[in-house]
Design a protein around this ligand. Structure first.
Ligand code: SAM
Length: 216
């Protein structure tokens, strides 16, 4: 008997062999069938997400990638499009003006036109992407030049669905990994990496990496 099979994913952007393998290689569509009306980070971390969005002025036509029933804005953007895996969760999102069920691991190309959005966000989900550089390139394609893409994360996850490279990395390395996704996708100015909850904070930590869409 061999070891349990895992996915063998090569994203084509120079990461080490096995970096994007996952313990559960079954389609994400199966894993996300049951709606999960939970919050994945605690109240302080959620507040830190909303504070960062407010500080960066995330507003207008906004895309929430890998979204659910909560988008964490203190004030909803004028038009928020939420893309995720579970239709019931998306339908319950009170800040969403439009929702799309779309599996980014099956198809990284986003179902939106060029320069459709003013800003994009992705909260506590980047660790599940098996072709993140392609998705970050797509986020850039769909943003107007100068538009920010804000990626936040903590130290929790569904481990069977997170990529191996993330599971073996520290909080600080997670920031560097996401910054590399921005750089290797070639559409962004140099990313900013920040810890958004204070170092002594006792709850879920909140980290962020963001960059603005480079001009053409
Ligand atoms: C931990 S939850 C976070 C949800 C939400 N962003 C939040 O802040 O609460 C992970 C989310 O990633 C989405 N997701 C996971 N795999 C995905 C995929 N392959 N394509 C698109 N979305 C995915 C799921 O729909 C789920 O809502």
């Amino acid at each position: 008997m061999g070891l349990r099979e895992t996915e063998a994913v090569d994203d084509g952007h120079g990461f080490a062999p096995g970096f994007f393998d996952r313990a559960d290689p079954t389609p994400d569509a199966d894993f996300y069938v049951p709606p999960r009306f939970v919050t994945h980070i605690d109240g302080d971390a959620i507040t830190a997400v909303g504070d960062l969005y407010a500080e960066l002025g995330i507003a207008g036509d906004v895309l929430d990638l890998m979204g659910s029933w909560v988008s964490h804005f203190h004030t909803a953007p004028a038009h928020l499009t939420v893309l995720g895996m579970n239709a019931a969760e998306l339908a319950a999102n009170p800040q969403a003006a439009a929702t799309v069920v779309h599996d980014l691991n099956a198809e990284p190309r986003l179902p939106f036109g060029d320069a459709s959005f003013d800003a994009a966000v992705c909260c506590v989900s980047v660790d599940y992407l098996t072709r993140p550089v392609d998705v970050f390139a797509e986020a850039g394609r769909t943003l107007r030049p100068g538009g920010p893409f804000v990626c936040t994360f903590s130290n929790r996850c569904f481990p069977s669905k997170a990529i191996r490279g993330w599971l073996y990395a520290s909080d600080e390395q997670h920031g560097e990994i996401v910054a590399e996704y921005f750089r290797r996708s070639g559409r962004w100015d140099e990313p900013v990496i920040a810890r958004r909850t204070p170092p002594g904070h006792r709850g879920d930590p909140l980290f962020a990496v963001w960059a603005t869409r480079a001009g053409d």
